[in-house]
Design a protein around this ligand. Structure first.
Ligand SMILES: [Zn+2]
Ligand SMILES: [Zn+2]
Length: 349
């Protein structure tokens, strides 16, 4: 079968190839999924270029946003049948570490994940091991959900976790920095949660337009307009209640903190480079009593709720998909994804 094999973290773009590998054998306790859609994510960018290596094995297949159809059911596996459309919650918490026991399974100290410790979605058939099935990570989808939207349940689940950490709710004013796929999901989730208005800051005009279509009250080009002045104008000089940083740029953190109202919350949602410091004025956090939080991965309940939202048509994920490629054209897809101008790039099979 065809697969994208990542040989190691160095020498991008010569560190991976689309090649034939053996089709995985479905064990008695496993499921075998025919991949139908696997989306490229900012994390994949960091993995292919060697910026993220945790859990990534040499000569393995990555890809963690996966939707497919059940091809084979191990003889001991109950509750699933061939031909069913499923999405995979790729993060498998251990259930017994201190993070899991304190209700933070998303930050599990021993987590295993499809696309890391187990081969992921950039291949024709994905083996879903017993541990993944038993922890409830294989979620059936209604026929109405497109495969691409099914793959995007995973990042949506991450955004739902971020939304909860941000605490966005009724009548809040929200600022989303960055209108890539993640920022656009946060925009929609904020409105669904009752936000009064969402301001979106984004460099790319097409992404700003899409943000307007998806319900942003105001979009800002921060290179041409004064974001601080606009936020103050929109909020009676008080600042916004909630801010989501959907781009991990260290130099923007200090200025972003100054856009929150007293008692506001700032969520550093995007992945920031490890070991790189930001200069910031701590007095802003002190005097404004800001809550500054992060967000990592998702809990299984976030994933189930994300799947439910998509199945019930509560959120539009297809609007966020800008390009689709066949598995054999993976190199073209990754080149486009790396350029940073596309929204969600999805690999189909
Ligand atoms: Zn992702
Ligand atoms: Zn754990």
């Amino acid at each position: 079968m065809k697969a994208v094999v990542l040989h190691g973290p160095d020498n991008y773009p010569n560190n991976y190839e689309v090649m034939e590998i053996e089709k995985p054998k479905c064990g008695e306790n496993d499921l075998l999924i025919r991949m139908k859609a696997a989306a490229l994510c900012g994390t994949d960018k960091r993995i292919f270029t060697g910026a993220k290596t945790k859990g990534v094995r040499k000569d393995s297949v990555i890809g963690h946003e996966i939707c497919g159809v059940i091809e084979e059911v191990g003889k001991n596996v109950k509750g699933y049948s061939c031909g069913e459309k499923v999405a995979i919650a790729n993060v498998i918490p251990c259930g017994h570490c201190s993070a899991c026991l304190s209700g933070r399974e998303n930050a599990c100290l021993n987590r295993k994940a499809i696309g890391y410790e187990f081969n992921g979605g950039f291949e024709e058939y994905v083996l879903i091991p017993e541990v993944c099935i038993q922890s409830g990570n294989v979620v059936k989808l209604s026929d109405k959900v497109s495969y691409a939207a099914g793959a995007l349940i995973e990042p949506l689940a991450c955004c739902i976790r971020g939304l909860r950490n941000t605490g966005t709710g009724f009548n809040d004013t929200v600022l989303v920095i960055g209108a890539g796929p993640i920022g656009l999901m946060h925009l929609q989730l904020s409105l669904i949660s009752g936000a009064k208005s969402v301001i979106v800051s984004e460099l790319d005009p097409e992404k700003r337009n899409l943000a307007l279509k998806l319900g942003a009250k105001r979009v800002v080009d921060p290179t041409k307009e004064d974001l601080h002045a606009i936020v103050m104008e929109e909020t009676n000089n008080e600042g916004v209640d909630r801010i989501v940083m959907a781009i991990g740029v260290n130099a923007l953190v200090d200025g972003t903190l100054k856009l929150a109202r007293k008692g506001g919350t700032v969520c550093l949602f995007a992945g920031f480079p490890k070991g790189k410091n930001s200069e910031l004025d701590p007095s802003v956090i002190h005097y404004n009593e800001l809550n500054v939080t992060g967000s990592t991965a998702y809990k299984r309940i976030d994933y189930l709720q994300a799947a439910d939202m998509v199945s019930s048509g509560k959120i539009d994920l297809d609007a966020i998909v800008s390009h689709k490629f066949k598995l054999e054209d993976f190199r073209k897809a990754l080149d486009l994804h790396m350029a940073g101008t596309a929204l969600k790039v999805v690999i189909e099979n």
